[in-house]
Design a protein around this ligand. Sequence first.
Ligand code: PLP
Length: 399
Amino acid sequence: MRTLPDNPIPGTRSRLAERVRSVPPSGIRRFFDLIQTMDDVISLGVGEPDFTTPWHIREAAINSLERGMTMYTSNHGLPELRRLVSEHLANRYGVQYDPASEVLITVGVSQGLDIAMRAIIDPGDEVIIPDPGYVSYAPCVTFAGGRVSELPTSEGSRFWPRASELSERITGRTKAVLLGYPNNPTGAAPDRDTLTSLARVIAKNDLLVVADEIYDRLIFEREHVCFASLPGMRDRTILLGGFSKAYAMTGWRLGFVAAPREILDGIVKIHQYTALCAPIMGQVAAIEALKNGESEVVQMVEEYGRRRRVIVKGLNDIGLPCLEPEGAFYAFPSVSRLGETDEEFAEQLLTEERVAVVPGSAFGECGRGHVRCCYATSLPQIEEALRRMEKYVKRHQSA
Ligand code: PLP
């Protein structure tokens, strides 16, 4: 296929919008493409549960198809699912949303993030995002016409953002703060006091919050603090949640947005003109997940907890210092003492030892010198990956 030059005729406008051209391709993609060409790779790369969606959830969707449920739903999503999402948020976090007007079912958190950004950003508005952060955050802000302002975090403070540093970054154009905790890639989940201090700065400066809480259930030995449940935050927070991680439902593409009515109305406006609704079979599956999926969530989280202990200890033992992640399913060790960049480490580890990890710099400047190791894979695979990494580290530290 012939590819079109960026500027077909000198002096004419590019065919692609500047905000699209300005976003580099995902740093993760290149690694995944490379992995496809290799055998015997242990992947700690993709951030996806290795479990299959529990059978009763799949069966509910199959049954609905057999009953001929193949239509559009209302733009907001099936009323029963919205009611269950609202109950889930009220029961777990004590935060109330009217299922009729304050909950929207989306095509994954990915779509929720996109339409939330488009609903609140005017050209030039700034969104503050802790760095490192999930790869889609900054592009979604840029695609919506906004500007990203990074809020640096570091290993020294467990990759928790600090209120004083948030204050320093606020300008007259700051519209919102995008918080993703538990965090991809660091596994950080700041405690209630830290989040409350951020909330005070946010309220004082009259900012909005987009809270991506897709990993809310994947939290270890502590409570998940739902940002909207903090004092004064419900009315300025757009809460994004999903089914991909907790219920091993990545392929179903199901998520939700919960927000005060005035904001949700704006988000729904974009949703109804661009997506109409989330797929009905996924919505039926999500109803079953919320109704009867709790025991599997608990089992999966226990299994992730076991793997977390093994990988964190293993990485520290082989000389790759690693904080204990508080949530999600990522370990984020430092590789800088080998005198290699995170990209060099990831690329060489893949070609020499066939273990795939993701360079931390793919998630922002503050991720440099680290690699993301996803432990949503079986314990034997993790143990074998650690053996291979140990060989790599021994060879490279003496080189
Ligand atoms: N947010 C974070 C932090 C993620 O890590 C991911 C997927 O890896 C997503 C959102 C996308 O979620 P979904 O599958 O619901 O679109």
